[in-house]
Design a protein around this ligand. Sequence first.
Ligand SMILES: [Zn+2]
Length: 236
Amino acid sequence: MLIRLGIGFTVALVILVLAAVWSYRDVAIWPQVGEKVVALTFDDGPNPPHTQALLRELESAQVSATFFMKGANAEAFPELVRAVAAAGHEVGNHSFYHRPMLALGSAAYVEELQRTNRALESALGYLPHLFRPPYGLQGIGLTNALKKLELRSIAMGVHGSDWSEKDAGLITDAILADIKPGAIVLLHDGHADVADPDAQDSRAATVAATRALIVALRADGYRFLTVSELLALEQQ
Ligand SMILES: [Zn+2]
């Protein structure tokens, strides 16, 4: 009995590991590049007025970044979607409802990603190429949905827990401690778990951390690219 339980557990574990390896095989996590470049990414927006505050920060520093937007927020604030893109930043799909997308079936995920694509396309006039999985979780159903919609999945390499940390200095220090060339830095202009786009909190700490990060990384010789620009430099 124990042996049979053991075999069953081992088989289940192997299947889970194989499913995870298969699901993440095309996910960009830390592109290998030959120069000092990083990509700043901002998730869960657009989220007024904090997205605008970030746009001002990025504009004054002449930095291009990538914004992975929730479909619900993009639908609520299309003018802000346009403002992000007009400022030269890349816009990606971050799902409509921001649920963990681990289920096997893909039809519901195709619908959710398409709804977000439609919100972004109606604001921008073009479809996004990039997707970031909510909570970094990607199962077989999501992988199939992404393939169908020709969206490349982008994970993150470095973060400063800015979804919960309110001290800008601690967010900045955590990111700087782990940074290396090719890093995709996760930050947030919105909130993952707020369903109502109008009910989101301040992202003042993230805005201040972004300012400090840009100064520190520039002093260390880094350049800032969008995620697509970073992927174009990836060494095979
Ligand atoms: Zn998110």
